[in-house]
Design a protein around this ligand. Structure first.
Ligand code: FCB
Length: 439
């Protein structure tokens, strides 16, 4: 497996493409679009990646079994569980106005049906800290990690996962929805499809790795049904995840009818190369069912993009050898963002929120260029008529990048993992300046 494949296998990452033909062209529209003052400009995080000691979650468990695919354990992470006020006021100090974060299901419902008022109150304080700083909270109800008990019951492979998720959404919404600006149900639920096609649709090697992990998880948990999101066979989970999104959406809207609720999709900018490219087949395999679900059951669609994939008649084509790369050796291709928001809008006709976009790089100058280039593409798409509600950069803090550990640097702010001192990078102030100049 080359590095690109490895990184995608671990993360998935964003993406999709174009077909701009159905959109009004800039010339057809005849004038530059006015940008709304309501446009959100912010940074994102996810609970398990920054809070630390998320000990009731399945990912914590998977980090600690043998063999494990996790190179490092999350441990204290960025200790944001205790330092959220500092994080939010830092974000504000850059000139950003939106904070996307996730609430951790495993803290809120540590045992089936037992909801912790203390943890719900905790997240209420996070929302209040946003409010105090004039920052708008965009809340993800589930960002990959699930309670360990949920995965021990079979996780998303079981139809009952749908009701369990909807019950959790109902409880969270009752306590917290009134303070939220927007919400998304699930984060990148089609990630497994991206990973499957990249890994050659279940190549023997990827199957064997997965099988070893599952076996280890089943032995260590004592549950023959154990299945976490990242270990699941895609086909076994897709239908349940789609229903979970729909039921979760309904549960939140029943409590908070005016709260905008969506789902955050990983959207790769798939670009067809040559005659007989498999690009449409890949798009349908990865995105098709989700774009249809989003068109039906979403107030907006969250787009998360990290680049493009070139697709020929035989599948993935490597990026040009001369391409600029990031620290994960993936191609530097910020233009993918504009392409993916067009693609998602065209397929769903729903407003789009860029809920993640960013780059792993130890060169902050490259991040600054990336931000400018990605925003230029986004603006062109908006000029063509794509309704974009905001741009939320991944990520506020250098953090726990899942099985890769702490070495990939996606953050606007560096974090000392011993002292937890936060050191903003020039890109943080740059993004803030771009936010102020945008409106
Ligand atoms: C996305 C995930 C996010 C982070 C970034 C780099 O796929 O949603 O948690 O890992 O990639």
């Amino acid at each position: 497996m080359n590095d690109t494949l490895k990184r995608r296998d671990f993360l998935g990452a964003g993406a999709a493409v174009l077909a701009a033909s159905a959109l009004p062209s800039r010339s057809a529209q005849g004038r530059a679009r006015k940008y709304s003052n309501d446009f959100l400009f912010g940074a994102a995080t996810a609970g398990h990646q920054i809070e630390g000691n998320n000990t009731n979650s399945d990912i914590w468990f998977l980090e600690n079994i043998k063999p494990t695919r996790f190179g490092t354990r999350s441990g204290d992470a960025c200790d944001s569980y205790h330092r959220y006020e500092e994080d939010i006021s830092l974000l504000k100090s850059f000139g950003l106005d939106t904070y996307r974060f996730s609430v951790e299901w495993s803290r809120i419902e540590p045992s089936p049906g037992q909801f912790s008022n203390a943890e719900l109150d905790y997240y209420k304080r996070v929302i209040e800290a946003c409010d105090k700083n004039g920052v708008r909270p965009v809340v993800t109800f589930n960002h990959f990690s699930c309670p360990q008990w949920f995965s021990a019951l079979g996780g998303w492979t079981k139809p009952r996962s749908v009701d369990l998720f909807a019950r959790y959404c109902d409880r969270v919404a009752r306590q917290l929805a009134s303070g939220m600006h927007m919400a998304t149900t699930l984060n990148e639920p089609q990630l497994r499809r991206i990973q499957h096609w990249i890994a050659g649709l279940n190549s023997a090697a990827s199957r064997a790795t997965l099988d070893r992990q599952r076996e280890a998880a089943r032995t260590a948990s004592g549950s023959p049904e154990y299945m976490a999101f990242h270990l699941a066979d895609d086909d076994a989970v897709q239908a349940n995840l789609i229903n979970a999104h729909k039921q979760g959406y309904a549960a939140i809207k029943a409590v908070a009818p005016t709260l905008p609720v969506g789902v955050s999709l990983a959207v790769v900018d798939y670009q067809g190369i040559g005659d007989g490219s498999r690009v449409n087949e890949i798009r349908e395999y990865v995105d098709g069912a989700w774009l249809r679900a989003a068109a039906e059951t979403c107030d907006f669609v969250g787009v998360q993009n990290y680049g493009r994939d070139l697709v020929g008649p035989k599948g993935l084509i490597p990026a040009p050898a001369s391409a600029e790369r990031n620290m994960l050796t993936l191609e530097y291709y910020p233009a993918a963002l504009g392409n993916t928001v067009r693609y998602v809008f065209e397929a769903t006709r729903k407003p789009v929120l860029v809920s993640e976009n960013g780059i792993a790089t130890s060169d902050d100058g490259q991040r600054i260029r990336y931000i400018d280039d990605a925003l230029a593409g986004l603006r062109s798409a908006m000029d063509e008529g794509v309704p974009v509600l905001g741009y939320i950069h991944w990520t506020l803090l250098d953090n726990f990048e899942w099985s890769l550990g702490y070495w990939p640097k996606f953050g606007l702010v560096a974090v000392d993992l011993k002292t937890f001192a936060r050191t903003p990078k020039p890109s943080a102030y740059h993004l803030g300046r771009r936010a102020r100049a945008w409106k």
